[in-house]
Ligand binder design. Structure first.
Ligand SMILES: Cc1cc2nc3c(=O)[nH]c(=O)nc-3n(C[C@H](O)[C@H](O)[C@H](O)COP(=O)(O)OP(=O)(O)OC[C@H]3O[C@@H](n4cnc5c(N)ncnc54)[C@H](O)[C@@H]3O)c2cc1C
Length: 505
């Protein structure tokens, strides 16, 4: 890695330290490249990967049935070729990286075999897990491994603010390491910045999930696709400070009940409690509206709830939930769309890759199957990292002149505008949307973007850029939603109810 006082250069630059970023860094370094991984996280739990509960899917020597389940859960909208790529490379990636290199202690049966679990819409037990805290058990050793690697430098607490482009090619990023922005030039730039949960008030994601990679890529001119498919998980704790109740709970026997104590999922889908996520989420929402409450009844698990899901059981105790009935409500969880990439993570701009949740590979279509996101991040991270290593030498180009000179910027500006943004997303771009609501969201978000743009580039504060990125990502979601009139998977368009209000409200 060459460093001058003004800028840094590297062969491969990776932005983000979740499973996808770590996998890309590892693969590029294994090919002999010098890798710089920058992450705005200061702790592992800045990445959704660290929060993953249920596990990571394998094929368990039956690739066809995993392919079928992914396509079925997506309502036939997943790209069959992308699904084939995922499934073809799944077991080798899990075996080589997670089992052999990182030695992740996946749960085993008494007989010493892997203890595969099952989740909703999976036709069989094929998911590897560690308790119900699989992400933590994967990410922390992965970060240590990457950090110790001789050809990888990891820089924490460093946010990418913008992509640097020249003649249609991405040349690197501008970071917030200097108050006027610091360029890092790279032969290839891999975005692995995760999802968009922070755009919603109720989300299972960490605060870092502000859609940075998607916004930066779109602003640089890269194609983004399928952004209307925001997945809402059916079972998050319904109270303040929501947390996820993994689908593995239902896979192991927990059931949903409405306020009358009745099970209801049979009325919505033949697979009842194990139906695809979008269907269960809308059913939970409808039953909450009709009866007042939905609970996840974990009594069928008997003693196994505490033993097998200790992290979730602890969160329940922390919230004062006593007994087997946990109040649940849908909650933003995952973005199926993102930066449009091919089977090696290559985006539409030369020199740019995207992997993990910020990318749209086609694997999830309109609705993701449980426990395929960690797998997608791992498989595409490895493929993109390997490909990026064969890319060009870094080239130094002109970087924008950022200033840090706006004393008038109200300190609370970013926080206040973020609140407005989240309210807009919750209200108008939630589980179900009407065309009116989508138009209303677009109008509010356009105004917000105007206000934010007036400040960006006059001040390099990270929260201002996160707000800018979140606003751009939100506008792109609204635009995608407005352009797709068909209700499919996570995108459910209700008929407009006449309200007498205008789209400018
Ligand atoms: C509660 C929860 C449970 C889940 N359970 C499962 C599960 O059981 N199985 C499964 O397959 N999936 C699960 N998922 C989904 C899965 O965890 C995520 O989709 C996946 O981990 C995303 O990985 P990633 O590497 O793409 O992004 P992340 O892990 O989110 O990492 C993104 C990284 O990018 C960094 N970053 C963001 N913007 C910038 C920037 N501008 N500059 C520098 N760095 C930046 C962040 O700090 C972070 O380090 C779960 C998600 C959540 C939230």
């Amino acid at each position: 890695m060459t460093t001058t006082t003004e800028h840094d250069t590297t062969d491969v630059l990776v932005v983000g330290s979740g499973i996808a970023g770590c996998a890309a860094a590892l693969a590029a370094a294994s090919e002999g490249s010098e890798v710089l991984l920058v992450t705005k996280a200061t702790r592992p739990d800045g990445a959704s990967t660290d929060w993953a509960q249920g596990g990571i899917s394998t094929t368990r020597d039956d690739p066809e049935s995993l392919e079928e389940d992914i396509l079925e859960a997506s309502d036939g909208t997943a790209d069959p070729e992308a699904v084939e790529t995922l499934v073809e490379h799944a077991d080798d990636a899990v075996e080589d990286v997670l089992v052999e290199t990182l030695e992740i202690p996946f749960d085993e049966t008494d007989g010493g075999e892997f203890d595969y679990t099952r989740e909703a819409a999976h036709s069989k037990r094929r998911i590897l897990h560690v308790d119900a805290a699989t992400g933590t058990h994967i990410l922390r050793p992965f970060l240590h491994y990457v950090d110790d690697h001789e050809r990888i430098e990891v820089r924490q607490d460093t946010a990418a603010l913008e992509l640097l482009t020249d003649e249609g090619r991405v040349r690197g990023i501008l970071t917030d390491e200097e108050t006027t922005g610091k360029p890092i030039y790279a032969g290839a730039t891999v975005l692995a910045t995760g999802g968009i949960g922070a755009l919603y008030e109720r989300s299972t994601n960490p605060d870092d999930a502000t859609g940075d990679g998607i916004a930066m890529a779109a602003l640089a001119g890269a194609d983004v696709t399928d952004l209307e498919y925001v997945q809402f998980h059916p079972t998050a704790y319904a109270g303040d400070d929501p947390f996820l109740l993994s689908e593995a709970l239902r896979g192991e026997g927990a059931v949903l009940r409405n306020a009358n104590g009745d099970r209801f999922m049979d009325d919505y889908h033949p697979d009842a409690d194990l139906a695809p996520r979008d269907i269960v989420a809308r059913a939970v929402d409808a039953e909450r509206e009709e009866t007042g409450e939905v609970v996840l009844d974990v009594s069928p698990l008997e003693g196994e709830f505490e033993d097998e899901f200790p992290g979730i059981a602890e969160k329940c105790r922390d919230r004062g939930i006593d007994g087997d009935a946990i109040p649940v409500a849908p909650c933003e969880h995952f973005l199926c769309g993102g930066v449009d990439v091919d089977d090696r993570g290559r985006a539409s701009l030369e020199g740019l890759y995207a992997v993990g949740e910020c990318a749209r590979t086609g694997v999830h279509g309109a609705n993701r199957l449980a426990s395929t996101s960690l797998l997608e991040g791992l498989v595409w991270g490895l493929r993109a990292g390997e490909d990026a290593a064969s890319d060009h030498e870094p080239t130094v180009v002109e970087a924008p002149d950022l200033r840090n000179s706006d004393p008038d910027l109200p300190d609370r500006f970013a926080a206040e505008k973020f609140t407005r943004l989240r309210q807009t997303m919750d209200e108008y771009l939630g589980l179900e949307r009407t065309p009116d609501e989508i138009a209303r969201a677009s109008a509010v978000l356009r105004r917000l973007k105007g206000e934010v743009d007036a400040y960006v580039r006059t001040r390099t504060a990270r929260d201002l850029y996160e707000l800018r990125n979140a606003t751009v990502a939100a506008l792109l979601i609204a635009r995608a939603a407005s352009e797709n009139e068909e209700s499919v998977g996570c995108h459910y368009v209700e008929e407009t109810q006449p309200t007498g209000e205008t789209a400018d409200d």
